[in-house]
Design a protein around this ligand. Structure first.
Ligand SMILES: CC(C)(COP(=O)(O)OP(=O)(O)OC[C@H]1O[C@@H](n2cnc3c(N)ncnc32)[C@H](O)[C@@H]1OP(=O)(O)O)[C@@H](O)C(=O)NCCC(=O)NCCSC(=O)c1cc(O)c2ccccc2c1O
Length: 274
């Protein structure tokens, strides 16, 4: 059994945020609605995710749901308003699931979805956008949008099509069927399926394996996998890694030093590589 410790100084109402060596775990904690999210839930997930991103001791993040019956059932339909989004406690309408989707893709650390039970609607999109998905044998996946008067025509359609193929993605969205973990595995929708009682052990094992590997290599690879589908923003993310690495070289530092020392830069000692 993994020992998890609540992250200090981080108080939340809709999520749990804890950690074990090198791994942060963010759990949506609304099991009474199968972990459906409201705007406040997503604000909290983003806050925890940013905290994990900036914690140098964390190398991998797990996103999951409390209770064993659901990862997440998407937007909480009880707070879906008539003014273009989900209503927060102040009455402001949001579609801030889209903000979280982008943050999952731009977080430079691998994010693993640990899925037990339902991953439906916006909940399926969240697990889809995580870098890896470990599912329990009770997991069920699907989209409900056309049934409940919604659609995710961004990552929810496009990345699903890239992941399982266009025909299958259209089937998922056009028919609103549900798929069990084995079917999802066969489609390449998820990475592996394990018995529910082994879900955490298996997920942590995958995370620990990534923790033994080069964080820079994983970071650049993550950006590379997203670059083309994220367009200019994806190239920006990938290119930012090149700039960061260049800043760590003597060649990059020569330009900065020359400016600060008010002299012409001397790049002559740096090779023009083939
Ligand atoms: C997930 C289910 C298939 C499970 O069915 P089951 O029969 O096992 O359980 P119940 O239906 O009895 O559910 C138990 C309990 O939970 C409540 N509940 C479940 N899901 C939600 C939900 N999403 N919102 C509110 N409440 C929920 C349910 O009412 C029960 O409560 P009781 O008080 O009656 O006990 C089934 O529950 C189901 O189909 N759920 C709805 C799934 C769904 O349609 N989700 C929303 C899809 S749209 C979406 O998520 C979405 C969000 C965004 O932020 C977007 C942003 C931008 C673009 C698109 C977006 C988008 O599409």
């Amino acid at each position: 059994m993994t020992q998890w410790t609540a992250v200090e100084g981080q108080a939340f109402t809709d999520i749990l945020y804890d950690r074990t060596e090198g791994i942060a775990r963010i759990s949506i904690n609304r099991p009474h609605v199968h972990n459906a999210f409201r705007p406040e839930t997503l604000v909290e997930v983003m806050k925890a995710l940013r905290h994990a991103r900036f914690d140098p001791e964390i190398g991998v993040v797990i996103l999951t749901g409390v209770g064993g019956k659901a990862f997440c059932s998407g937007g909480d339909q009880r707070v879906r308003g008539d003014d273009g989004g989900y209503k927060d406690e102040e009455g402001v309408h949001h579609l801030n699931a889209l903000d979280l989707q982008r943050e999952i893709r731009t977080c430079p650390k691998p994010i693993v979805a640990m899925v037990a039970g339902w991953a439906i609607g916006g909940g399926n999109v969240l697990q889809l956008l995580c870098d890896l998905t470990i599912a329990a044998d009770n997991a069920r996946f699907g989209q409900t949008g056309p049934r409940v008067g919604s659609f995710d025509a961004g990552f929810g359609a496009g990345i699903l099509a890239r992941t399982i193929g266009v025909k299958k993605a259209k089937e998922v969205w056009f028919l609103c069927r549900q798929y069990d973990a084995q079917q999802a595995l066969e489609m390449g929708w998820i990475n592996t399926v394990v018995p529910l009682e082994r879900l955490e052990e298996e997920t942590v094992a995958w995370c620990r394996q990534m923790l033994t590997l080069s964080p820079t290599a994983l970071r650049v690879l993550k950006a590379a996998f997203n670059a083309d589908s994220d367009g200019a923003a994806g190239i920006q993310e990938l290119a930012g890694n090149a700039t960061a690495l260049f800043y760590m070289t003597e060649e990059g530092q020569e330009g900065r030093d020359a400016f600060l020392e008010k002299r012409a830069p001397d790049f002559s000692r740096f090779r023009r590589r083939p």
